[in-house]
Ligand binder design. Structure first.
Ligand code: F6P
Length: 404
């Protein structure tokens, strides 16, 4: 029989996207008028224990004293979750590593009044893990350590968790989620789990509250109609970047994703300067289409000197790859990876900004809005406007906006 109340228990090593997934589930359930609340062990630890508990040894499974403290915190949250469902709550989400089998058996024994769904978040992309760590170590509890010390300490903490980690296996209702690609790797669901249709959809939906897709400011190459290269911004381009900075000054932009090219980073810099706490994250995935042998050439020159390139591209722009370079089709995989990285690293943050290039932005846009492939290489990507996208499971908004 279906029980209309539910416990969701998150499982996974640190910085694997558990909290982001938990928040996404809670927000979407609430949007569907289902009462949901998160019980987060880390937040409770920081509230309850006045001493700093960020040092690695606190997570050593052999450290009896700290194990007892962490178990106590877990227990408090389990009881709070139980009380919440006893009263008027519908879904209680327990957000913690819940890494060992023993801990999970304890949870199942205690939470015996309603079904339990375990969700394991998996992400083994080391680059993403490292970038997520940077965000973790910016918490006040790491303020007394240098960046290197904080990284080493957090990595040690992860190793301690790895030493007791046991992946989901026998739990009656369980989902293994690739949290970077929002892809379900394995699922086993008992009939009694209510809301699972909704929950599954939330898990695999890329959610972006506010996504700003911006093209870099005008460059010297733009003036000459030349493609590729690594040209800097013109005075006009710098003025465009300043105008963008002014436009976004009163929005909170914690991360700006750019390509690794000078023009996108130069566009991001003035925006960052007007923010309180903002990091520029250059991703190779958002680099402009590599035009191979044609890098640095103007369109006119290509037409005159490499007419076969011009004609082949005209015939099938999406599938054509420049000699020794890329085509739109060969950008698919890396752009997709870049989008996943940007969404993952932004976590539940409301505003995400990507500063890219004409072809790269067309591919990013086509991820969110339906376009026939043959039309993607012609999507209008102006230098003086940006695209705004808001996408959740049940709502999609897409606008072109002027910033000047
Ligand atoms: O001209 C700017 C630019 O970003 C080039 O670097 C790139 O090759 C081109 O736009 C992509 O647009 P299209 O595919 O229409 O040539």
């Amino acid at each position: 029989m279906t029980d209309h109340k539910l416990y969701i228990v998150m499982v996974g090593l640190p910085v694997r996207g558990k909290s982001v997934t938990a928040i996404k589930l809670r927000d979407n359930l609430r949007r569907d008028s289902i009462k949901a609340r998160i019980f987060n062990n880390g937040d409770l630890r920081r509230k309850m224990i006045p001493n700093n508990t960020s040092y690695a040894e606190f997570y050593d499974p052999k450290n009896k004293e700290s194990v007892a403290i962490r178990e106590k915190i877990a227990m408090i949250n389990l009881h709070r979750a139980k009380r919440y469902l006893k009263k008027n709550g519908t879904v209680a989400i327990l957000d913690a590593t819940n890494a060992s089998l023993e801990r999970r058996e304890g949870i199942e024994t205690l939470l015996n009044d309603h079904p339990v769904l375990f969700i394991e978040c998996i992400n083994n992309d080391q680059e993403i893990v490292n970038t997520s760590l940077l965000r973790k170590i910016s918490l006040p509890e790491f303020a007394h350590l240098t960046r290197e010390e904080s990284m080493a300490s957090f990595n040690q903490r992860i190793s301690y968790y790895e030493s007791i980690y046991s992946p989901l296996d026998k739990e009656k209702s369980r989902v293994k989620l690739d949290s970077l690609h929002t892809k379900i790797l394995e699922e086993e669901i008992a009939d009694e789990i209510s809301f699972y249709d909704q929950i599954r959809d939330f898990l695999v939906t890329d959610t972006v509250k506010n996504l700003y897709i911006i093209r870099h400011g005008e460059t010297y190459f733009n003036l000459e109609n030349r493609i590729g290269g690594n040209s800097g911004l013109t005075d006009n381009g710098k003025a465009q970047a300043k105008a963008l900075a002014k436009y976004f000054a009163n929005k909170d932009i914690p991360l700006i994703f750019t390509s690794q090219r000078k023009r996108t980073i130069q566009t991001a810099e003035p925006i960052k300067e007007r923010q309180k706490n903002c990091t520029i994250v250059p991703l190779a995935e958002f680099n402009e289409i590599n035009s191979g042998l044609c890098e640095g050439m103007s369109y006119e020159k290509i037409r005159e000197e490499m007419s076969q390139v011009y004609l082949a591209r005209k015939r099938d722009k999406y599938n054509y790859a420049y000699p020794e370079g890329e085509g739109y089709i060969s950008m698919e995989e890396r752009i997709e990876r870049g989008i996943k990285k940007a969404l993952y690293l932004s976590g539940p943050s409301g505003n995400i900004m990507i500063i890219g290039h004409r072809a790269a932005n067309r591919m990013i846009l086509s991820h969110f809005l339906y376009r026939r492939k043959e039309d993607v290489p012609y999507i209008y990507v102006p230098l003086d406007k940006f695209y705004y996208i808001s996408a959740t499971q049940n709502r999609k908004l897409f606008q072109q906006k002027r910033y000047q």
